[in-house]
Design a protein. Structure first.
Length: 600
RNA sequence: GGGGUGGUAGUUCAGUUCGGUUAGAACGCCGGCCUGUCACGUCGGAGGUCGCGGGUUCAAGUCCCGUCCACCCCGCCA
């Protein structure tokens, strides 16, 4: 079939032809001009004695008319054209007659009458149509990414990503930030995600790590006196993938000297304003703030979707001694009981209610108790276990009134919050309460500095080990680590964490104490972070910064649900590339040079 | 590591409950006709390792076991 397609046609070179215009920009005002356009055959309509070709380039689509009266040679060539052949067209722009205008095309008032044509390249029959009307599975798209990326939708996404990065760069440049590159081959650090390792040939048995972020380098650039740094930089984390997580991703990374959290947040708000303006989206000035404790209390999550209500309320104290064993025992065991109030609860059917346990099971919850608050009292399987005063207490805790549906979770704080946070999203979505054209930004502040890891039997850094505690908490660093709040802040958009940052520790004594609290001994700290402690000891300014997920920002601003759609060549969930088939085995010789041996 | 969904023509899917003649549709592809289409029309045609391996059966796309791939989620990750 390939042979038949290609047999009788000669390919041409460009010769002295130069493109005069992109397809998509031509208009009625160009009537009469002779133009040279080049691009791909988006589609071909052959009427026997007359052939129309929609020519596509990055800018759009333009109709070319091949008429034997205008050029017999070009017409003969048009007969052989097929989808995605690459051609150069010389022709004259003509206004279309009124009845042949195509209002669906930006260039629909005109067409190009072909006077001369060159076939630059042929295409085998395609695995899928590039025309944008055909649904294709992602697996096929990723294998033939070069074709997928031709689709106007993907072109627009990547062009937008370009404009987004440029607007950020321009803004930060204008705000006095200096773009400085940091190493990609660097050293492995404990804490945080699993590193991608790169073996050293020159020092066998030693490894570089690809950076999870340029964290330490940017701090050292502050010590070096650059005052304001930024970088749009690739980061690497060898963890399992999600729709919004790739093993390599791009951060907008910045750091500033002599600042408080407010200063970093102000720069961030300016940057987001410029970025969102590309989509006509307004960013509130300032972006509302929520403490971590409030976020957890009201939404059960540290990245709440603020586009809708459905807030949570805690009722542990109300039900501490109630007759319902599940509630009573949860509280007795140090757990909590929280309630999600759904207004107009009859929008959820009994079947919906029966399905609730399935929705929370992934988070370890054993069930969901529910109550319908009717005008004449409570309708609920657990109503009989709750006294009048307990009912009143619950109603006042969550503001319940007639018509509301209440959903209860009783378990450890983690299970309750995880479950209800997820339930809130699911139900908000199901009831159509989440407006899709709204962009709700929120700062989450005052994160805990440490989180206790039962697995490791020690405290781990919630943000990272270089985050500064609040000054007023310093004295409790050793005595009550769990109570320490960090000078850390996340910016959240529609329930997605866009960026996070902190003011850093700039005193070597404080840094050492935090390492101690994290169970990183003096010798290990010296060994792993000696260069940082050194740097801090030679005159470090107070400094802080933030890092943004460029991919996530691009995804949200293009209305996508997966960052793969704003990454030209993304990886699959198993971190492979379907186009290049990376990763791949390597030649034994390469392994020998690196001093590596594979086990079995 | 775990849970879920999917894999049938180049593509997107139906067919799988309840096993049964030659596995279908649309789009695409190939050929004929067609001078105003733009999802062109029209006539004809080709195209299948039913993801892969094993099993049950007279008989497997369909049932059973294993396995690979993609996606969503939990764990993991800021």
């Amino acid at each position: 079939m390939t042979d038949e397609r290609t047999r009788s046609i000669d390919l041409s070179g460009l010769g002295d032809w130069k493109r005069s215009d992109y397809c998509g920009g031509l208009r009625a005002a160009d009537n009469g001009r002779e133009v040279t356009v080049m691009g791909w055959v988006n589609s071909r309509r052959d009427h026997g004695g007359l052939i129309f070709v929609d020519l596509r380039d990055r800018s759009g689509i333009l109709q070319i008319v091949f008429d034997p009266d205008s050029s017999g040679a070009a017409f003969a060539l048009a007969e052989a054209l097929r989808s995605e052949f690459v051609v150069a067209i010389r022709g004259r722009i003509e206004k279309r007659s009124a009845e042949t205008i195509n209002p669906n095309l930006a260039t629909g008032e005109i067409e190009v009458v072909c006077l001369e044509a060159k076939l630059l390249s042929q295409a085998r029959p395609l695995p899928f149509a590039v025309d944008g009307n055909t649904e294709v599975t992602e697996q096929t798209r990723l294998k033939y990414r070069f074709l997928d990326l031709r689709r106007p939708e993907m072109q627009e996404r990547l062009l937008f990503r370009h404009r987004l990065a440029k607007s950020v760069r321009d803004y930060l440049d204008g705000a006095g930030f200096v773009e400085i590159e940091t190493p990609v081959l660097t050293r492995s650090t404990p804490e945080g995600a699993r590193d991608y390792l790169v073996p050293s040939r020159v020092t066998p048995g030693h490894f570089y790590a690809l950076p999870q972020s340029p964290q330490l380098f940017k701090q050292i650039l502050m010590v070096a006196g650059f005052d304001r740094y930024f970088q749009i930089v690739r980061c690497f984390r060898d963890e399992d993938l999600r729709a919004d997580r790739q093993p390599e991703f791009t951060q907008i990374d910045l750091e500033m000297s002599f600042v408080t959290p407010d200063d970093v947040m102000a720069v961030t708000e300016g940057m987001l304003t410029v970025a969102c303006a590309l989509r006509g989206i307004e960013v509130p000035q300032p972006i509302p703030r929520l403490t971590y404790d409030d976020a957890m209390r009201r939404f059960g999550i540290d990245r709440p979707d603020m586009r809708f209500g459905l807030e949570l309320a805690e009722v542990s104290d109300v039900v501490r001694n109630c007759e319902f064993k599940v509630f009573r025992e949860a509280v007795a065991k140090g757990g909590i009981v929280k309630v999600l109030r759904v207004p107009d609860g009859d929008r959820l059917s009994r079947k919906d209610l029966d399905n609730l346990p399935t929705l929370v099971a992934p988070y370890g919850a054993k069930g969901v108790a529910w109550v319908r608050v009717n005008a004449d009292g409570w309708q609920s399987p657990i109503a009989k276990f709750l006294s009048d005063s307990e009912r009143k207490g619950i109603e006042s805790a969550c503001g319940a009134g007639a018509g509301d549906l209440l959903m209860f979770l009783a378990d450890s704080p983690k299970v309750v919050n995880d479950s209800l946070a997820n339930l809130r999203l699911k139900i908000g979505d199901q009831l159509g309460m989440i407006p899709s054209d709204t962009y709700a930004f929120v700062w989450v502040t005052d994160f805990p500095l440490f989180d206790y890891s039962p697995e490791d039997k020690r405290y781990v850094a919630v943000h990272h080990p270089f985050t500064s505690p609040r000054d007023e908490d310093l004295e409790r660093l050793e005595s009550d680590p769990a109570s320490i709040k960090a000078l850390a802040y996340d910016v959240v958009l529609n329930g997605t964490e866009l960026g996070g940052g902190s003011v850093r520790i700039h005193r070597p004594d404080v840094q050492s104490r935090v390492f101690q609290a994290l169970g990183i001994g003096e010798a290990e700290a010296r060994n792993k972070f000696g260069f940082l402690l050194d740097a801090l000891s030679f005159g470090a300014p107070p400094h802080g910064g933030i890092a943004f997920g460029l991919d996530r920002l691009a995804m949200l601003l293009t209305g996508g649900t997966s960052i793969r759609d704003v990454i030209a060549f993304p990886k699959t969930q198993r971190a492979t590339c379907l186009m290049t088939e990376a990763p791949s085995p390597v030649d034994p010789k390469q392994l020998r040079e690196l001093g590596l041996k594979l086990s079995e």
